[in-house]
Design a protein around this ligand. Structure first.
Ligand code: GAP
Length: 485
C-alpha cells in the first residue's frame, strides 16, 4: 500500500524525493504541484480551526533562536536518542527501535540465546520484565531499556543490515538537533540550532503576545512552521523525516483549570481530523502511562492514525504544566508571571499543548483518501479527499476542441479562477480526463458539450458518486462555493 502511495505521489506530483537527480537526500521530501496545494489546504484548515477564535492568537517566530532557549528547554541535555552502530558495516540504529528491524523468528532466537547466559541477578530482572510484558516485542523493547541487559541482548543480536552477530557498539546518546553558526566565524560561541519544534518560539513570546493582544487567561498562541530533527532512522515515507512542518498551539491556563482544558482540547483535536474525512475507526488516542511521560509533562496523549504499517502518532497533546515558562524565567531572568486581576494574584500559567505534524497528517490524509474501485470492469484509482483539502477543486473540459466549446470553457474558467484552484483540460477522451482528475482527487468536473451550445447548461460530475447533474452556467459559481464550504 505504501509503495502504491509513493508511486502515485511521484507520478501525479504530490511528493518527490529531495534532490532526486543526485540520488536523493535521506529523510527529506519535496512537495510537487498537487502536494503543495494539499499541504497548504491542511495548514489553512488548521489555521482557521485554531485561530479564528476569540481566545487564540497567531505567531510566526524565526527558526533560528538564541542558543539559551535550547538550554532552558532541556533540548541540549535531553533531546537525544540512544544509538548503536554495527562495527562490521557501520549501519546505525536507534536502540529503542532496533526490534522493528528484526523479524519475529529472529527475535525469538536472540531472546532464547540471551536467556541461556544470564546470572541469577539478571534472571530476576528479566523475570520482573516478563511479569509486566507478555508480548515478544514488548519484552524485547523492555530488555533494551535496561542498561546491563541491553548489552547482553546486543551480544546475541544480528545486525539487521549485514547479519553480523554481536558486533554492536555500546549505546551512545545522540543529540537530534542540527547545529549551524551565525556570522562568519565557526566557533562554539556562534553555535545556533535549527529548531526541533516550533513550541519554544511560542513560549518565549508569551509576554509579547499577551501584552500586545491584551488577552486574558485562558488563551492560546498558534504557529505553523518548519522543524528539523537529525533522526537516526528515517522511515515510512513522510512519517519520520529530518525536515518537517508542525502546527502547534500552546494554550495558557490557570493551573487549577488544567485538566478541564486538556480534556476539551483532546476532543477538539480528534474531531478536527474526523471533520476532514478521516473515519473514527482509523483514529484513536494513545494515553501515555505515567512512567513514560516526557520530563515536562503531567499528562499526555497521542492522536494516532492507523497507517498501513500500524498505528502511528499524528499529533501529541500534553499538559506541560508551568515547566516551560518557569525554565525560561529562570534562564532569561525575565518574569513570565501573569497577573490574574480576578483573584489579584501573580502566577506562571500552565500550558496545554496541541502539537500536530503537518507533514505527518498530510500522509494520513493522503492514505485515507486512496481508493481503488472497479467501474464497468475497469479499475479506477480515486483520491477521495475532503473537498476542502482537495488540491484542485474543479476541472473544466470542453467535450471537443471546436464548435465554440473551448471558448465557453475558457469563459467559465476565468469566472471560477479567482475563487478556487481550477484545472483546464481539453485533451483526450473525456473518460480518461475524468480518471486523471479522480487520481488527483478533484471533487468536481464540468463538461461543456453540444447541449451547452443550445441552452448554456453544463454537466457537473461528482468524483465519489460519479453522478452528473446539468446546471446553468450562471449558477455554477454559487453552487460550487456552497459545495466547497
Ligand atoms: N512540541 C512538542 C513536540 O514537538 P513531538 O511529539 O515530538 O512533540 C509533535 O512532535 C508532532 O510533530 C508529532 O505528532 C508528529 O506529527 C510531528 N513530528 C515529530 N517528529 C517528526 C518527524 N521526524 N517527521 C515528521 N513529523 C514529525
Amino acid at each position: 500500500m505504501i509503495e502504491k502511495i509513493v508511486s502515485l505521489s511521484k507520478r501525479r506530483g504530490f511528493v518527490f524525493q529531495s534532490s532526486e537527480i543526485y540520488g536523493g537526500l535521506n529523510g527529506c521530501w519535496d512537495y510537487g504541484p498537487l502536494g503543495v496545494e494539499l499541504l497548504k489546504n491542511i495548514k489553512e484548515e488548521w489555521w482557521k480551526a485554531m485561530t479564528y477564535r476569540e481566545d487564540v492568537e497567531g505567531l510566526d517566530a524565526s527558526i533560528l533562536m538564541h542558543p539559551k532557549v535550547w538550554e532552558a528547554s532541556g533540548h541540549i541535555a535531553n533531546f537525544t536518542d540512544p544509538m548503536i552502530d554495527c562495527k562490521q558495516c557501520n549501519a546505525r540504529f536507534r536502540l529503542d527501535t532496533l526490534g522493528d528491524a528484526i523479524s519475529e523468528k529472529k527475535k525469538k532466537k536472540i531472546i532464547r540465546a540471551f536467556e541461556e547466559n544470564l546470572s541469577e541477578e539478571n534472571k530476576n530482572k528479566v523475570d520482573k520484565i516478563y511479569k509486566i510484558h507478555s508480548e515478544l516485542d514488548e519484552r524485547f523493547e523492555a530488555i533494551l531499556e535496561n542498561k546491563e541487559l541491553s548489552l547482553k541482548l546486543l551480544g546475541e543480536a544480528n545486525c539487521p543490515n549485514c547479519g553480523t552477530k554481536g558486533e554492536f557498539t555500546e549505546p551512545r546518546n545522540f543529540n537530534l538537533m542540527f547545529k549551524t553558526f551565525v556570522g562568519p566565524v565557526e566557533s562554539d560561541d556562534n553555535i545556533v540550532y535549527l529548531r526541533p519544534e516550533t513550541a519554544q518560539g511560542i513560549f518565549v513570546n508569551f509576554m509579547n503576545v499577551q501584552n500586545s493582544s491584551r488577552q486574558k487567561l485562558p488563551f492560546g498562541i498558534a504557529q505553523i512552521g518548519k522543524a528539523f530533527r537529525n533522526e537516526i532512522n528515517t522511515k515510512n515515507f513522510l512519517f519520520r523525516t529530518r525536515e518537517f512542518e508542525q502546527m502547534e498551539m500552546q494554550y495558557f491556563v490557570k493551573p487549577t483549570d488544567d485538566k478541564k482544558h486538556y480534556d476539551e482540547w483532546k476532543e477538539r483535536r480528534i474531531s478536527w481530523y474526523k471533520a476532514l474525512g478521516i473515519s473514527g475507526e482509523k483514529l484513536r488516542f494513545h494515553d501515555h502511562p505515567s512512567d513514560k511521560l516526557a520530563h515536562y509533562a503531567k499528562e499526555a496523549t497521542d492522536v494516532e492514525y492507523e497507517f498501513p504499517f500500524g498505528w502511528g502518532e499524528i499529533e501529541g497533546i500534553h499538559n506541560r504544566t508551568d515547566f516551560d515558562l518557569s525554565k525560561h524565567q529562570e534562564y532569561s531572568t525575565k518574569s513570565q508571571q501573569y497577573f490574574d486581576d480576578e483573584i489579584k494574584e501573580k502566577y506562571i500559567p500552565y500550558i496545554i499543548e496541541t502539537s500536530a505534524g503537518a507533514s505527518r497528517s498530510f500522509m494520513a490524509f493522503l492514505i485515507n483518501a486512496y481508493n481503488e474501485e472497479e467501474v464497468n470492469g475497469e479499475e479506477r484509482v480515486v483520491m477521495k479527499f475532503h473537498p476542502k483539502l482537495a488540491p484542485i477543486k474543479v476541472a473544466i473540459f470542453p467535450l471537443v476542441n471546436k464548435d465554440g466549446m473551448p471558448e465557453i470553457a475558457r469563459e467559465i474558467e476565468s469566472e471560477l479562477r479567482p475563487y478556487m484552484k481550477v484545472f483546464y483540460d481539453s485533451k483526450g477522451a473525456v473518460g480518461r480526463r475524468y480518471r486523471r482528475q479522480d487520481e488527483a482527487g478533484t471533487p468536481y468536473c464540468i463538461t461543456i458539450d453540444n447541449q451547452t451550445l443550445e441552452d448554456r447548461t453544463v454537466t457537473i460530475r461528482e468524483r465519489d458518486t460519479m453522478e452528473q447533474q446539468r446546471v446553468q452556467i450562471d449558477e455554477l459559481l454559487q453552487l460550487l462555493i456552497n459545495r466547497l464550504k
